[in-house]
Design a protein around this ligand. Structure first.
Ligand SMILES: Cc1cc2nc3c(=O)[nH]c(=O)nc-3n(C[C@H](O)[C@H](O)[C@H](O)COP(=O)(O)OP(=O)(O)OC[C@H]3O[C@@H](n4cnc5c(N)ncnc54)[C@H](O)[C@@H]3O)c2cc1C
Length: 152
């Protein structure tokens, strides 16, 4: 027996998870379909981890100019593995935070085909939905042949 949802959001990036959380807050039964990582590009690879890498670079720069501030930092260097590990750790914590916020939303790990009037296809099951929301933005998508539904 297929599950029944008021809304199914495709793509669990910032566009998708915010929509799904809001739908749940408004009392809708929401599901979110994600084919890779919960929280999308921003938390896993984009905004958050890159800023963590930049922060390491920024601190390195300050250390390089320590003398200008009356400080001594004669011997300093960097450990790229530790820098990347820190960045991945921050991304992981963000991911956990989003998972927590999604506790009222059914999360389905799967890729889906372009939207059609029939239920969204996922590998595990075929949820039925009254509305769907496409939030798959950061990377180029091939939705060109997706059928459009007339407005009612
Ligand atoms: C290196 C980098 C740095 C960035 N830095 C910043 C920044 O500092 N500030 C800022 O505001 N923005 C930044 N961005 C942009 C930001 O990441 C995007 O604007 C944001 O992620 C878009 O959110 P989204 O939910 O629309 O898409 P995404 O985050 O791309 O999420 C879409 C999700 O949909 C999933 N998906 C796609 N197709 C399917 C499918 N068919 N079935 C199931 N799931 C699917 C994907 O796996 C993905 O998880 C950065 C981006 C990059 C790449």
């Amino acid at each position: 027996m297929a599950d029944q949802y008021d809304i199914i959001v495709i793509g669990a990036g910032p566009g998708g998870y915010v929509a799904a959380i809001r739908a749940s807050q408004l009392g809708l039964k929401a599901a979110i379909v994600e084919r890779e990582h919960m929280a999308g590009i921003c938390s896993n690879w984009g905004c958050i981890p890159t800023k963590a890498l930049l922060r390491s670079a920024e601190i390195y720069g300050h250390m390089d100019h320590a003398k200008d501030y009356g400080l001594t930092a004669d011997k300093f260097g960097f450990d790229i593995e530790a820098i990347v590990k820190r960045s991945r750790g921050i991304a992981g914590r963000m991911n956990d935070g989003v998972q927590f916020l999604m506790k009222r939303t059914r999360s389905i790990s799967s890729g889906v085909r372009p939207p059609s009037p029939s239920p969204v296809k996922s590998r595990s099951r075929r949820p039925k939905r009254r509305q769907s929301n496409l939030s798959t933005q950061s990377r180029r998508q091939h939705w060109a042949r997706a059928p459009t539904r007339p407005r009612t």
